[in-house]
Write a protein that binds this ligand. Structure first.
Ligand SMILES: Cc1ncc(COP(=O)(O)O)c(C=O)c1O
Ligand SMILES: N[C@@H](CCCC[NH3+])C(=O)O
Length: 420
């Protein structure tokens, strides 16, 4: 995260001190580095430059319009999972020719919207969905391009909540039923089978599960070609992990090195759906200590951000590094603390039993590695307005989503006449 660094004792994002953002925008807020976002995209995309490929950024990780626009400008496509994500992608100017649509529960309206936009393809997760897509396409007089998402039954060795390619998972079609499903798909009047998709999980820290999954995919691609169903696209999903604390995940070039020899001679376009690896370490959540409280057993730092702003610690027991904005504090006395928010839940914490500098009320701190699955998973729980998102670019602070107001909180709610 070298665009987030200490300079003269203070934490900066690129050339902007975080204290300036706190002053101008307030806390809590999400802060993204434009420079890091672009660099991460280019490193990933560049690793695969020797073969025909599409990077379809998994926008579920961060779907802010400005982030999507900058990705599109870099040549990225997107992996979407809902009509809402399609709407955002189109609004941000992502070309439909680079949009792929995954998810186990696509609704007929969403399928119609995607067909109308003429997206590249649907990643189909069941035979019932295939039928639904065929019906919607028939009613619109078009043919839907699809890839079947297979479940390769590979253990990605990550958190169980973010494993997606095991037999017991709800995602994809069992690999041993794939040929049968592909044959059925090819027989539909309004379906054109163009690819095969597999995504086995998120925050992967080893290359081996990717390779094992790809080997299963390639065996199927060959078997399908022999049965007269040639495929043009192979989608290996996303999932590359990042360093939150001491993980040492492979870099995109390591992934490319392991994968390219296996796919080089195929006449296929490789699609990849990285999310976290592009945006995770390009963002932080800036928060302020409201109170320090010494409880019976431990010390609590009560901050103005909470589980509704960043749910990963509460949901997955995920580790996010926390750094004081003023470096002097980092070198001061350390204590074991819980960093907690104001939400009325015991599970509302950003760090538990963390040995960290003894900060006090008014101190600013940055929750690191919060660019992926941060703001997008935030909620209004406890009627807390969602926080702003800020993009730093060439010394400027751009508010790319403003802080919600109390009016925003009640938008769409109504008290019916009979209660008047
Ligand atoms: C189908 C699909 N593609 C891509 C991704 C992106 O994953 P990650 O953010 O781990 O790269 C996900 C989420 O795990 C997914 O479900
Ligand atoms: N939300 C998860 C990742 C989910 C991946 C979705 N396919 C996380 O924060 O780690």
């Amino acid at each position: 995260m070298h665009d987030f660094h200490y300079r003269e004792g203070e934490l900066y994002c690129e050339d902007v001190p975080l204290s300036r953002i706190a002053k101008e925008v307030g806390t809590p807020c999400y802060i993204y580095s434009h420079h890091t976002l672009v660099r991460h995209f280019r490193v990933y995309d560049g690793a695969f430059k020797n073969i025909p490929h599409i990077v379809a950024f998994a926008m579920k990780a961060n779907s802010n319009l400005a982030v999507l626009r900058l990705m599109a400008k870099e040549g990225s496509g997107v992996d979407i999972v809902s009509g809402g994500e399609l709407y955002r992608a189109l609004k941000a100017g992502v070309p439909p020719t680079k949009i792929v649509f995954a998810g186990v529960g696509k609704k007929p309206e969403e399928i119609a919207e995607a067909l109308k936009a003429d997206i590249l393809m649907f990643n189909v997760e069941s035979s019932a969905e295939l039928q639904a897509i065929n019906e919607v396409a028939a009613s619109m007089g078009v043919k839907a391009r699809v890839a079947l998402r297979i479940n390769p039954d590979i253990d990605p060795k990550t958190h169980p909540y973010i494993s997606t390619g095991l037999k017991k998972s709800k995602f994809g079609i069992a690999a041993d039923r794939a040929i049968e499903e592909f044959k059925a798909a090819a027989a539909f009047s309004h379906i054109k089978v163009v690819g095969l998709h597999a995504h086995i999980g998120s925050q992967l820290t080893q290359v081996t599960p990717f390779v094992e999954s790809l080997k299963k995919v390639l065996a199927l691609v060959q078997a399908l070609a022999e049965q007269g169903i040639p495929l043009r696209y192979i989608n290996i999903g996303g999932g590359l992990g990042i360093t939150y604390s001491d993980e040492t995940p492979p870099e995109p070039k390591d992934l490319a090195e392991a994968i390219l020899p296996l796919v080089r001679d195929l006449k296929c376009v490789l699609i990849m759906e990285p999310g976290r690896v592009i945006v995770g370490n390009a963002g932080v959540l800036l928060t302020k200590v409201l109170y320090a409280k010494d409880g019976e057993a431990k010390r609590f730092l009560i901050v103005d951000a909470a589980m509704n702003d960043l749910i990963r610690p509460s949901l997955y027991d995920a580790y996010h590094d926390i750094r004081p904005v003023y470096e002097a504090a980092a070198h001061g006395e350390k204590k074991t603390v819980d960093v907690v928010g104001p939400v009325c839940e015991s599970g509302d914490f950003l760090a538990k039993d963390r040995v960290m500098p003894a900060l006090n009320a008014g101190d600013l701190m940055a929750v690191m590695s919060a660019g992926a699955y941060g703001f997008v998973m935030s909620s209004n729980y406890n009627s807390r307005p969602r926080v702003p998102e800020v993009l730093v670019h060439e010394g400027q602070i751009h508010v790319i989503r403003s802080r919600e107001s109390y009016e925003d909180l009640v938008r769409g709610e109504e008290i019916p006449e009979f209660l008047a």
